[in-house]
Design a protein around this ligand. Structure first.
Ligand SMILES: NC(=O)c1ccc[n+]([C@@H]2O[C@H](COP(=O)([O-])OP(=O)(O)OC[C@H]3O[C@@H](n4cnc5c(N)ncnc54)[C@H](OP(=O)(O)O)[C@@H]3O)[C@@H](O)[C@H]2O)c1
Length: 484
């Protein structure tokens, strides 16, 4: 086809799309066709980056004509209806065998639906989670593509060329079919919520307990970043805490309104976990903590409620030990959050029939994305040693860290409760740990209650079968149909 000289195209040239297009263009062998609904953005990108050699298109037809076959286009537009609108327009000009990639933050059931609909036209559809924000899009994101094996053959080398590199390996893998990539990206974001909340709770406890300034706490986080907690989120926490507001001379963190926003991926992770029956309590608490913070009217009224009588102060001679306790509690809670997140991926893979390699997922999160951390190597090691590991935190490395940290973890949760300092993610992570390792749970009583009011039946520990006690009669037990 005359003029068809781009091997990849990008539709949607706002922050993410333009950076991704520049990243693609900077890699050997790529020629990038670009299209945006309003042409001004296309013109601006071309004029600001002549070095990229972009092939700008004014119409979808021009865009399709400039692409080599099989045509491959990455959509980076607003998630939701705009994505559907772009897919429809591309389908009018693409042919069977071509590939449409949605690199936006789609909800995975939408990706499953789109993949099915697009596949019927003979065009391939790939939902790809892309993490790392605008900087990652430009310099190397972590990429989580779903879609067919056939698409991966063409797409794999292109995505490998632009992904972040961690320890010599590109941070991209073919996650699984249809919505698997966006599912894994969703859980990534959920884990990110938990990790951020845990760090925020650690900061709050240290600040309120020791009276240290944000800049002093920044030094503590910088120190932690040289050890087992080393991660991008710990690193940027130190940067944020050290920042002084130019207008007031105050620490910036003290002039920022304390209401955390959310774009919905944390809620999706929790909603999905609820339907899969997976307890992601750390992610849920982190998501709810953002919701709680964002109700100033309720907080203003509730401020009248009493807290404990005593002021929370750590004695000067105990400050170093307290900070070390908080560090250990943070690490232990973080292990729980990641263990829960990987549990959700495992359950999602079983439910949707995706063959997801959990070790490979931990590896592609080592670079480019927001939760990048040394720690992810330990997760990869755990799954390499035992691919079917049922509970990540029981792997020897994590079990040892939890054993080492548990006394400190308990002290911190007790201190938070006694001092009236909210630490929902620390406490719920500890409760999960104690729940999952418990020999016997009070779920037995819940089953008894359910049988009492709803004849929901129960199992017995000493024999097979399903039973019901005739609570409103003579309270004898009968064998029953299983109505669990
Ligand atoms: N992974 C991350 O860290 C990260 C970060 C940010 C965003 N994202 C995701 O990446 C995607 C792009 O984000 P963004 O912030 O760059 O852009 P955005 O603000 O989400 O979307 C703006 C882009 O969408 C286009 N658009 C909107 N409605 C359209 C329609 N009906 N038909 C065609 N195009 C339409 C706009 O075109 P016009 O210029 O013509 O209006 C513009 O190119 C989103 O899905 C977002 O959720 C990911």
């Amino acid at each position: 086809m005359p003029g068809a000289s781009a091997n990849i195209g990008v539709v949607g040239l706002a922050v993410m799309g333009s950076n991704l297009a520049r990243n693609l263009a900077s890699r050997e062998g790529n020629t990038v066709a670009i299209f945006n609904r309003s042409y001004e953005k296309t013109e601006t990108l071309v004029s600001e980056h002549p070095e990229a050699g972009f092939l700008p298109a004014k119409t979808y037809q021009e865009f399709a004509d400039s692409l080599q076959k099989p045509r491959t286009a990455i959509i980076m537009v607003k998630a939701g209806r705009p994505t559907d609108a772009v897919i429809d327009s591309l389908l009018e000009v693409f042919e069977p065998g071509d590939i449409i990639v949605d690199g936006g933050n789609a909800y995975f059931p939408d990706t499953i639906r789109r993949e099915k609909a697009v596949r019927e036209t003979g065009v391939n559809f790939v939902g790809a989670g892309i993490s790392g924000g605008e900087e990652g899009a430009l310099t190397g994101p972590s990429i989580m593509p779903g879609g067919s094996d056939e698409s991966w053959v063409t797409l794999g080398p292109i995505l490998k060329s632009i992904a972040a590199v961690a320890e010599g390996e590109p941070c991209v893998t073919h996650v699984g079919h249809d919505g698997a990539g966006h599912f894994v990206k969703m859980v990534h974001n959920g884990i990110e919520y938990a990790d951020m909340q845990l760090i925020a709770e650690a900061y709050d406890l240290i600040r309120r307990g020791t009276g240290k300034t944000p800049a002093e706490i920044a030094d503590i986080f910088a120190e932690w970043n040289r050890g087992e907690l080393e991660s991008y989120l710990i690193e940027i926490t130190a940067e944020v805490l050290r920042q002084i507001d130019a207008a007031t001379g105050q620490p910036l963190v003290d002039v920022i309104v304390d209401q955390a926003g959310a774009k919905g991926t944390g809620a999706w992770t929790v909603q999905t976990a609820l339907s899969l029956g997976v307890p992601v309590s750390g992610i849920a608490e982190a998501t709810f903590a953002r919701s709680l913070s964002s109700h100033p009217e309720q907080r203003a009224v509730a401020a009248a409620l009493p807290g404990p009588d005593d002021e929370f102060t750590v004695a000067p001679e105990d400050v170093d030990a307290f900070i070390e306790d908080v560090r250990l509690a943070l690490y232990a809670s973080k292990i729980v959050a990641y263990s829960q997140g990987f549990d959700e991926i495992r359950a999602g893979a079983a439910e949707y029939d995706w063959n997801i390699d959990l070790g490979a997922i931990s590896k592609i999160w080592r670079g480019g994305c927001i939760i990048r951390a040394q720690f992810l190597n330990r997760i990869a090691d755990a799954y390499a040693a035992e691919p079917g590991l049922p509970v990540l935190m029981t792997a020897p490395y994590f079990a040892e860290a939890l054993t080492r940290g548990q006394a400190a973890w308990r002290r911190v949760v007790v201190t938070a409760a006694q001092s009236g300092i909210p630490a929902p993610a620390f406490s719920s992570s500890l409760s999960y740990y104690d729940g999952i390792r418990a020999d016997r749970l009070p779920a037995a009583l819940v089953q008894g209650q359910r049988d009492f009011f709803g004849a929901h039946t129960y199992k017995r520990i000493d024999k097979d079968g399903t039973f019901h006690t005739q609570w409103s009669g003579d309270r004898t037990e009968i064998e029953a149909e299983d109505t669990h």
